[in-house]
Design a protein around this ligand. Structure first.
Ligand code: SF4
Length: 804
């Protein structure tokens, strides 16, 4: 018998047991080798990846040995380039500039922008730095771009947000999984092994405007692919809910016992009959009915083995993303799925620490432990941990898009001047933010831009000060996977001389800015402080420590310091025991749950909500929502939908993966996917450059013609900068609840690019228009002329070498 609350995660064989540096699946791996040059990876058995890794994981060490790895602090000469300096000079310079700006304009003159890839310790320390050292309300992070709508919807219905409130391995036993706006076959391939059994049963239902490999997996197994018009997922889900209710497929006893608000939802979907859904979404009415019946047939109330509704960024990155997720949760609730063993609702978090990164104080409105910053009790608790008066803690800030738009702005209509300085850690908003040209302009307007990074990202190239930091195999820490499972990242090699950790950078600045000793440099001690700060909060880590993790546990939160916690999220010990013997605990000495109980330690919470939801009355709240059009809808001069997304070979802004030769060779450049009929109508040929124009800018990329995409839609991956930067086109309009921008759809015009080089390469006139002046920089200790050539990932040439 085994217990799922503890999974062996320490590695007992030679090598260092750790996890992948990239996505939220956090595949387990073992590292061997004494330095970055000789670092080798082997896949490790773990419930989520079962010894599988994708191409990015296998090649991860290449980033550490990138020819342009930053190894010394850089300071920009007035009006000139970035020049190397020593750490004391760099930190003294930054602290002095901050002091001057705060003296002139107050604490709000300084802002902080974090990342969903930062370890829990870094994310926590960044929040301490912003709120307790700088005392600015202006902190947010790039997780706002990927997780916020699902988080907001989860909190308003369940009272708690954890991406998957159940282990990923649970999916395999389901009779049906409705997957909306997610393509795990390409974004996290090892996860597909948990969906494959469902697909083989004909139970996988995929909603996506493209026939992705995930959609093909569904169809090939006898499941369904609903190729909806971009921006119409909400209408489609309302239609599914309509069918469930109209055909009496709902779980009435569950609704009565475990939910509130159903009558309002019943009324709100009454007019969303399938024929109306067909007109809005393009999905045939009979397919809508078939999908609803397939999912309902798997529900426990129909005697089925269980069903899941899962969302991804395709459903969430919209101005109505929160409402779309709410509709998905409503559908799951109507069928009695959430809080039931073998069924549920969840979202597939994207970034490596997308889950933990949103729990420990990087979000504009939150304190550690997923506490609200406007809650007096939360403020008092966290202020005590930080040794300060709660009244000195700043209030809520603003979400990322608004924060970026305020940078360097003058006072306007009652709004104070925007921040004059920005610290960036673990993010590359010049590539990843919507309407990126405007963001670039705001960054250029700052008095001080400080970027901590591993490589000279596009954002770092704009900075006044660049601070080189450690990454992944060079550091200790923890991350929280898409399941809410806290995992250890372990140091396997020493960082290059001259490189410091983000913790050391923040501690050095805190010392200089009047809070010496407030930020620790040892990850284990930072985690201990984080755990204390989270105690009693929704995301309670107080029962977790490095000793426990290093003894082999990988614990799901909430995990309070002592005993069970019947007041919050449901079962704890009972759940661990209930999951005993499942595959997720493969390799564990089993009765870990019982041992924890005997030791009076909470076993963690693999499955939330089995007894009650985290709302005051313990019931899940239905939320009535309605469909609305996309913000930047089609019009005569922009008759195509643009959708953006990821490729298997690259990760987020590409700052890391565009420096891995094998990945660059496989996907060297941005491209536009378009349907053969669309290409024929526009006169576009495969492999030739296409110009896309939106209200915000112009992009040129080569055409890839494919029947896998709708005729009214084009697809552009978002991993590149320069003339192929997808976010030059995207819409910064945001969801009113979550602040998430509408990355996933906007209107564009497409045409053959007119300036074509003889070899068919992309339009260089556009490239020239967006290329910056060369910046003098020291990379890997050697002076080099660094330009925007890195945008293609194909090549920037320096003395140190070439990535091409
Ligand atoms: Fe696993 Fe994601 Fe890393 Fe690929 S990128 S190896 S799927 S954690």
């Amino acid at each position: 018998m085994t217990g799922s609350a503890a999974v062996v995660d320490s590695g007992t064989t030679a090598g260092v047991a750790t996890h992948c540096p990239y996505c939220a699946l956090q595949c387990a791996m073992t590292l061997t080798g004494h330095d970055a040059t000789g670092l080798q990876i082997s896949a490790r058995e773990f419930p989520t990846n079962r010894k599988g890794l994708c191409r990015k994981g296998w090649t991860a060490p290449e980033v550490l040995r990138a020819p342009d790895r930053l190894t010394t602090p850089l300071i920009r000469e007035p009006g000139g380039g970035l020049l190397p300096t020593d750490w004391d000079t760099a930190l003294d310079h930054v602290a002095e500039r901050v002091r001057i700006l705060v003296a002139e304009s107050g604490p709000q003159a300084v802002a902080v922008f974090g990342g969903g890839g930062l370890t829990n310790e870094k994310a926590y320390a960044l929040g301490v730095f912003a709120r307790a050292v700088l005392r600015t309300p202006y902190i947010d992070y790039n997780g706002r771009f990927c997780m916020s709508s699902a988080a907001a919807a989860g909190i308003r219905t369940f009272g708690l947000d954890r991406g998957l409130p159940f282990p990923l391995t649970d999916l395999a036993g389901a009779g049906a999984v409705l997957l909306i706006g997610s393509n795990p076959a390409q974004t996290m391939p090892p996860a597909v092994r948990h969906l494959a059994p469902v697909a083989a049963r004909g139970g996988l239902i995929v909603v996506d405007p493209r026939r992705t490999p995930t959609a093909a997996l569904a169809e090939d197994g006898g499941g369904l692919h609903l190729q909806a018009i971009p921006g119409t997922d909400l209408a489609l889900v309302l239609g599914l809910l309509h069918v469930v209710i109209h055909e009496s497929l709902a779980d009435a006893p569950y609704i009565a016992a475990r939910t509130t608000g159903f009558p309002a939802v019943q009324r709100s979907v009454a007019t969303w009959w399938p024929e109306r859904v067909e007109r809005v979404s393009g999905i045939p009415a009979e397919l809508v009915r078939a999908a609803a019946r397939r999912l309902a047939g798997a529900a426990p109330c129909a005697g089925g083995p269980g069903g899941y509704v899962i969302t991804g960024r395709g459903a969430e990155q919209h101005t109505k993303g929160t409402d779309t997720v709410s509709a998905c949760i409503d559908l799951a609730l109507a069928l009695g799925l959430p809080g039931r063993l073998g069924s549920g609702y969840g979202c597939l978090t994207g970034q490596g620490n997308g889950q933990g990164g949103r729990e420990h104080g990087q979000k504009a409105d939150q304190l550690p432990g997923y506490r609200r910053i406007d809650d007096p009790a939360a403020r008092a608790h966290v202020a005590a941990v930080w040794g300060m008066d709660p009244g000195d803690l700043p209030g809520p800030g603003v979400p990322a898009v608004e924060l970026l738009s305020r940078l360097g702005s003058p006072p306007a209509s009652g709004r104070p001047a925007g921040p004059r300085a920005l610290f960036v850690h673990g993010a590359n908003p010049v590539v990843s933010a919507p309407d990126a040209t405007a963001v670039e302009s705001r960054l250029r307007s700052l008095d001080l831009l400080v970027v901590c990074d591993v490589v000279p990202s596009e954002t770092a190239l704009l900075a006044d000060v660049v601070l080189p930091v450690t990454q992944w195999a060079e550091e200790d820490g923890t991350l929280t996977s898409l399941e809410g499972r806290v995992l250890r990242r372990r140091r396997a090699v020493a960082p290059p001389p001259g490189v410091r950790s983000d913790l050391e950078v923040l501690a050095g600045l805190a010392d200089r800015l009047g809070r010496p000793g407030l930020i620790d440099t040892e990850p284990a001690r930072v985690f201990a402080a984080l755990a204390r700060a989270s105690a009693g909060g929704p995301a309670d880590y107080s029962g977790i420590d490095y000793g426990r993790l290093d003894a082999g546990a990988a614990v799901f939160w909430p995990c309070p310091a002592t005993g069970n916690d019947p007041g919050t999220a449901g079962p704890r010990v009972a759940d661990a025991e209930a999951s005993a013997g499942t595959e997720e605990s493969a390799g564990t000495d089993l009765s870990a749950a019982a041992q924890h109980v005997a030791a009076q330690r909470h076993p963690g919470t693999p499955r939330l909500f089995l007894d009650r939801f985290a709302t005051p009355d313990g019931r899940a709240r239905f939320v009535a929502v309605d469909h609305r059009p996309v913000d930047d809808d089609l019009r005569p001069d922009a008759p195509l939908f643009l959708v953006t997304g990821r490729l298997p070979e690259h990760y987020q802004s590409g700052a890391q993966t565009r420096r891995v030769p094998e990945l660059v060779a496989a996907q060297p450049e941005p491209f536009v996917q378009l349907h053969p009929d669309t290409a024929a109508r526009l006169g576009v040929e495969d492999g030739r450059p296409v110009r896309l124009t939106s209200r915000r800018g112009v992009v040129v990329a080569v055409a890839r013609i494919s029947a896998a995409i709708r005729t009214d839609t084009v697809f552009l991956p978002f991993h590149w900068s320069g003339p192929g930067r997808a976010n030059t086109l995207t819409n910064p309009a945001t969801d009113p609840v979550s602040g998430m921008p509408e990355f996933k759809v906007c209107a564009v015009a497409a045409e053959p690019a007119d300036a074509v080089k003889p070899d068919g390469a992309a339009d260089c006139a556009v490239a020239a228009a967006t290329t910056r002046e060369p910046i003098a920089v020291a990379a890997s200790g050697k002076a080099a002329a660094l330009t925007d050539a890195a945008w293609t990932g194909a090549a920037w040439t320096a003395e140190a070498g070439s990535t091409s």
